[in-house]
Design a protein around this ligand. Sequence first.
Ligand code: AVI
Length: 315
Amino acid sequence: MQTLSTLEVTVTTKKGFAHEIEVGLLAQSASISPKFLYDPLGSHLFTAITLLPEYYPTNTEKNIFSQHQAEITNAIGVGGTLIDLGAGNCQKAESFFNSLKPLSYLAIDFSAEYLEEAVKKLEGKYPHILMQCIGMDFSKQLLIPSAIATSKRIFFYPGSSIGNFLRPEALHLLSQIKSQGNAGGLLIGVDLMKEDSVLMAAYDDPLKVTAAFNLNILRSINLHLNSDFRVEQFRHRVKINHAENRVELYLEALEDLTVTWPGNSREFKKGELIHTEHSHKYTIESIQQLLNDAGFEKTQIWTDPKNYFAVIYAQ
Ligand code: AVI
């Protein structure tokens, strides 16, 4: 496996991350970027979430992929480079290797460590596919290195990760994908609006896996910032914001407390919230509009019988 510039990306962003975290913590309404949810433990906890029966997006998307694999393959065509954004354990992309027959596969994720492990496992199984991986924070800027094949690029962005961005950020990312596609396309999974009870069960599961995933961000922040967050002083909170069509994740302080880190500190009153994630839910019309605004002219859409989730190929 070729590991491209993982080290470089890690070194150049470490200082920037501490600054970004500090700005979020010192804001009047404190927040932490959701990308810090995905340290190695957080990535494993997210994989555990995807196995929960309550977390419908993963299984619903998987069923759409398998039910419509022939049509999806037909729409995309074989060959080219498959670029997996937020690859995680790479399993979703792997399910397309035999049908899409990519010449090369580029896995990109924030957590380079977790990614390298996953890609190494794949290499032995698919020796004919050139495998590469990059640790990259593409939430700010997506830059596919020029060393990556200039032939048709198929971007793969499943799991409704686009929902974790505010609209302007989502538009920026999709526009960057469009401009670097080399006349290829984007296969994207998008979570659709649905009743509150289904959303609450998915984001506040009875096993408390999502709570652990959310709380783990404090440990991840302690490593980046050298801060002294104590996980047991917070609890997982979920809100549904109907005006913005999104699920919002927070950490709520269980008591008055002070968090300190080199050079600064922040007091939290009992009940005060730290925002950690938005998960936007779309309609077919609103996601099509967003894709059009990003420069994609043609979309093919597949959904499940309950209309919980949509898979879209955009060109
Ligand atoms: C990765 N992302 C699409 C997930 C979501 O549903 O917004 C992250 C997640 N957060 C809590 N559960 C899952």
